[in-house]
Structures are given as structure tokens and as C-alpha cells.
Write a protein that binds this ligand. Structure first.
Ligand SMILES: NC(=O)c1ccc[n+]([C@@H]2O[C@H](COP(=O)([O-])OP(=O)(O)OC[C@H]3O[C@@H](n4cnc5c(N)ncnc54)[C@H](O)[C@@H]3O)[C@@H](O)[C@H]2O)c1
Length: 262
């Protein structure tokens, strides 16, 4: 039987109840990880934890609002108290705002987007990095952080300006921290997906509209002319934090059906 890549490692995921979060959590359990999952959607989070336990996952959960800084510390403490270590952190919770041009973006919505999509990642990293640095200094243990940015974090996103601004911020934060901690055993990367079939896209962008035309419109700029599946994105997220992938840091990896190659 092939070795499990994350056997005995402790993996923290925010936004775990969403499309990417659920897909990742299942993959990590398959690969032997112990999971610390958070989301502010309590019902979805607990349903996921039950499913994962049924397939043998060792899982703890915390209802969290990533915009509240102390909850990021509490989540890291939960990982250490439960599993004694934190090897991988995926800062994945995110929201979009209403699809309107920049001058029409509601300022309260803009601020909320920055607070979740950028400040939430920053708060997470602050506390994750501290314990990861300590693990490296004391035990020579290496760790990895993956931040969920977006294709909108490397190119402009008409009608998504403040989402794009926050996601560009995530890329800047990722690259800078990767440089700062490159000799502290912590690899830090960002993933930049184009549209993927998750509740965020199906509910917010397609508005629950199953009409093929609505989807065709959304994917018209993607060379493959289709959305990604959640699994196509999350397999790349697992690759980024795979301990064997030990020389990859500071990258903003586009998973976008070729869009950013144009
Ligand atoms: N789906 C896509 O096409 C796509 C593309 C690029 C980037 N992304 C990014 O991927 C990440 C995951 O999105 P998804 O597509 O799985 O969407 P999703 O809506 O299914 O999942 C997002 C999760 O984040 C949680 N969340 C939102 N605000 C939170 C808060 N304040 N505190 C804690 N949890 C909170 C939600 O409850 C939800 O479970 C997001 O950062 C999103 O911006 C998604």
C-alpha cells in the first residue's frame, strides 16, 4: 500500500464547510491527516465532521469568524492542545461582494470583503507562523501554509474590484511571508483558481441559475470554456503543502484552465 502523504500530520482548514474546504478535508483524511476545521457555518461544519469521522478521520471543529483576531489564536491552540502540533494551515474562508462596477460597490460590503478575504488570512498566519517557527527551532519540523487567493488575485476582475483587491493582497502577504520565513522551515504559497463549481459560484455568481447560458457567459474568457471542479483545485492545494514538495515557496499558483497564459 502506498504511503499516506500526511500520515499523523495536523492540518488546519478555515472555510472548511464550503466547496473547496469539504473537498480538501476529505483528501487530507484519505492521506492520513488529523484535522482542525473551522467555519462560521456551524451546521455545515458539524455535518462535514460527522462524515469525516465515519470514514475514519480524527477531526476537531471550531465555529469561527475569521474577522475576529483572537479566534485565529484559539484555532491554533486547539490544534496544539488536540494533536500537539500544526503542520499545515489552509487559510481558505472567503466571500465575494455584489457584482457591480467599482463606483457602485457598497463601502460596507467592500470593507467586509477585505476583512474576511485579507485580514482573515493575516490573522490566521500570525498565529500559525509562531507555532510553526517554534516547531522548526525546537524539533527541526517543517510546515506549510496555503492561502486561497483567486485568479482575481493576479489579474483584474471586472465587477469584482474589492474582491480582486483583497485577493491581490493575499498574494502580497503570501510572497512576503514566504521570504521572511524561508529559513524557518515554513513554506508559504497561494492558490489562484478561476471559477470552480462551489456554492460561492453557484449561489453568488450564477444566482442558483442552472441555465447553461449563464454558465457559458461566466466561462467565456477561460480557454477550456468550462469551470473547474472543486477537486481539480484542491488536488493542487494538497500538492502545494505536500511535504515532498519541499522547494516550492512564495508562489501564486493559477489553476485556471489556461486563462492567465493569455
Ligand atoms: N469557487 C471559486 O470559483 C473560487 C475561485 C477563486 C477563489 N475562490 C476562493 O476559494 C475560497 C473557498 O471558496 P469556495 O468556492 O469553497 O466557496 P464557499 O462559499 O463554498 O466556501 C467559503 C466558506 O467560507 C466560510 N466563511 C465565509 N465567511 C467566513 C468568516 N467570516 N469566517 C469563517 N468562515 C467564513 C463560508 O461559511 C463557507 O463555508 C474562498 O476564499 C474563495 O474566495 C473560490
Amino acid at each position: 500500500m502506498a504511503d499516506k502523504k500526511f500520515d499523523g500530520l495536523s492540518v488546519l482548514i478555515t472555510g472548511a464547510a464550503g466547496g473547496f474546504g469539504r473537498s480538501m478535508a476529505k483528501k487530507f483524511v484519505d492521506q492520513g491527516a488529523n484535522l482542525v476545521l473551522s467555519d462560521h457555518a456551524e451546521e455545515g461544519l458539524e455535518a462535514l465532521a460527522t462524515e469525516l469521522r465515519e470514514i475514519g478521520g480524527d477531526v476537531v471543529t471550531m465555529v469561527q469568524d475569521v474577522t475576529v483576531e483572537e479566534t485565529s489564536k484559539q484555532l491554533v491552540d486547539l490544534a496544539i492542545d488536540t494533536f500537539g502540533r500544526l503542520d499545515v494551515a489552509i487559510n481558505n474562508a472567503g466571500i465575494g461582494h455584489r457584482q457591480v462596477k467599482t463606483a457602485d460597490v457598497d463601502s460596507a460590503e467592500a470593507l467586509a470583503t477585505v476583512q474576511v478575504d485579507l485580514m482573515g488570512v493575516f490573522y490566521g498566519m500570525k498565529y500559525q507562523i509562531k507555532v510553526m517557527e517554534k516547531a522548526f527551532a525546537e524539533h527541526g519540523r517543517t510546515s506549510s501554509i496555503v492561502n486561497t487567493s483567486s485568479l482575481a488575485g493576479i489579474v483584474g476582475a471586472p465587477r469584482g474590484s474589492m474582491y480582486s483587491a483583497a485577493k491581490h493582497g493575499v498574494v502580497g502577504l503570501t510572497k512576503t511571508a514566504a521570504l521572511e520565513y524561508a529559513r524557518s522551515g515554513i513554506r508559504i504559497n497561494a492558490i489562484c483558481p478561476a471559477f470552480a463549481r462551489t456554492p460561492m459560484v453557484e449561489d453568488d455568481l450564477l444566482g442558483g441559475n442552472a441555465d447553461a447560458k449563464a454558465e457559458d457567459f461566466l466561462v467565456r474568457g477561460i480557454p477550456m470554456r468550462r469551470m473547474a471542479t472543486a477537486d481539480e483545485v484542491t488536488q493542487a492545494m494538497l500538492w502545494l503543502c505536500d511535504p515532498d514538495n519541499s522547494f516550492t515557496t512564495g508562489q501564486a499558483l493559477a489553476i485556471d484552465g489556461g486563462t492567465s497564459a493569455m
